[in-house]
Design a protein. Structure first.
Length: 145
């Protein structure tokens, strides 16, 4: 799956016993509204995606990604079932990321975090444009989420 969207909340970061960093975030993707030839207005539609990242990608997310940032995510679509508090079995879709690119310019991220009244030099890109971790995701049964 390939997604471009905005982070809905600050990422949730966890470290496993072995020191492996994991990150979870919600990504919003939107389809703009439009008008059909017959005049019917179709409203904008926003979808929310659960994104899971591991190891180096999670470390990058921990350091640089914040609510509102625009990201490009590539990953594998996975489904799982769980039982909620009421005992009802639910099914959910997750994206296990294998590639991440930050699309929000660093200067905008710095301004949002520090306020408009501070000026600091910014780097155009503090790390490579993309980070990939092919085959570095643990098997589903070892996932702590």
């Amino acid at each position: 799956v390939m997604l471009i969207g905005h982070v809905g909340n600050d990422p949730e970061i966890r470290y496993l016993d072995q020191g492996v960093c994991t990150a979870q975030l919600r990504l919003a993707t939107s389809v703009p509204g439009y008008t059909l030839p017959n005049g019917t207005n179709v409203p904008e539609r926003t979808e929310w995606h659960n994104i899971y990242l591991w190891r180096r990608l999670a470390e990058i997310v921990e350091r640089y990604v914040h609510k509102g940032d625009k990201l490009y995510i590539e990953g594998e679509l996975r489904y799982r079932s769980y039982t909620d508090k009421k005992g009802v079995t639910r099914r959910t879709a997750e994206i296990w990321a294998s590639n991440l690119e930050m699309l929000t310019p660093r200067s905008q991220t710095n301004t949002a975090q520090q306020g408009d009244n501070t000026t600091q030099p910014t780097q155009s890109n503090p790390f490579p444009a993309s980070q990939s971790q092919n085959g570095n995701t643990p098997p589903p049964q070892k996932c702590p989420f």
